[in-house]
Design a protein around this ligand. Structure first.
Ligand code: FAD
Length: 292
């Protein structure tokens, strides 16, 4: 119930105005969103962590804004070391205007990234964008085989998706939105996550295991051993500001540990999704407001 309410608030322009213009939210934003992206990337890299950088923004309905997002990603590449990744939302590149437009923009980012030794991963968003996401990903892979895509385990067809994505870089996550017919119970989502993980780990692609869940992390590392993948054959991914000690611990074990780092002023919807995920995050948010 609380999660549904928070996700509804994440789409409310009125709530966005209220929260975004309040100076009281700054502490919470700082916890999950990088304020100086160059400095944060430098610090994480020094600590042996890989990064995937997300320039915040989504649901763009203006062509000029979509073009500006492409330009921002291309200039962001100057700040990133080889081996970094950028996470891209197709709705920020104009998917709501036209699939062709978003695909062209994503291709521009892929071409620029390749020249720098940086990979690109296409985030998964609201359920009605998923067919477009996979169509664009399939088309981009012809010229940019390294482009990755996200699969959300809460969607009942996620297993089928994973089976069809042989050879690809695939980030598996639980799913941060709502979708009709999606698994709602934690146990069902976790079971789906494990089924997908088995397919990805035993397949020919590169699995990116995006979760903070200790049980799923243990299962992932066990499957990797059983499937004969060494530490370079898959990676763990976690969000900036979430379980940072665990991120450091995994990197210390020589595992490939990538931190998803969002930055930029358009943080509202991202932050609301993080608060929706975990009542304790919401309590932290409310406490920090109350303590002012
Ligand atoms: P949860 O069910 O949230 O948590 C499970 C357990 O993890 C908890 O019980 C707790 O033990 C531990 N845990 C979780 N959070 C914390 C915390 N703050 N502190 C301590 N322990 C904690 N979703 C999409 O829909 N599309 C995307 O493209 C997408 N990309 C993502 C990229 C990355 C790198 C990551 C990590 C997530 C991404 N997500 C995306 C979000 C994802 O779908 C989940 O909403 C989010 O990761 C929370 O799920 P979880 O697997 O961490 O488990």
């Amino acid at each position: 119930m609380l999660r549904q309410a928070m996700l509804a608030i994440s789409k409310s322009r009125r709530a966005e105005r209220l929260v975004s213009t309040s100076p009281l939210t700054a502490d919470v934003v700082r916890r999950y969103v990088a304020s100086d992206i160059g400095a944060v990337v430098g610090e994480l890299t020094r600590r042996g962590l890989l990064v995937s950088v997300d320039h915040l923004g989504e649901e763009v309905t203006d062509e000029a804004q979509a073009r500006a997002a492409v330009a921002t990603y291309v200039s962001l590449l100057d700040l990133l070391p080889a081996g970094a990744d950028v996470s891209v939302k197709l709705t920020a590149l104009g998917l709501r205007l036209s699939q062709r437009l978003a695909q062209g923009h994503a291709a521009t980012i892929c071409a620029a990234a390749e020249g720098r030794g940086v990979t690109v991963t296409l985030d998964a968003e609201e359920h009605d964008t998923i067919p477009g996401l996979h169509a664009v990903h399939a088309a981009l892979r012809r010229d940019h085989p390294e482009v990755g895509v996200v699969v959300q385990a809460y969607l009942p067809d996620s297993l089928d998706r994973c089976e069809k994505l042989g050879g690809a870089r695939v980030r598996l996550c639980k799913g941060a939105y709502t979708a009709p017919g999606a698994y709602a119970r934690t146990a069902d989502i976790d079971r789906s996550f494990v089924r997908c993980l088995k397919v990805l780990m035993s397949g020919t692609g590169y699995p990116m295991v995006a979760t903070h869940d200790p049980r799923l992390l243990r299962i992932a590392s066990t499957l990797a051993v059983l499937d004969g993948r060494d530490v370079t054959g898959f990676e763990y991914q976690m969000l900036y500001g979430v379980r940072p000690e665990e991120q450091t611990r995994l990197a210390g074990l020589e595992a490939r540990m990538r931190v998803y780092v969002p930055y930029g002023s358009d943080w509202y919807a991202y932050l609301m999704r993080r608060l929706a995920e975990r009542p304790r995050n919401l309590a932290f948010f409310l406490r920090s407001l109350a303590s002012r």
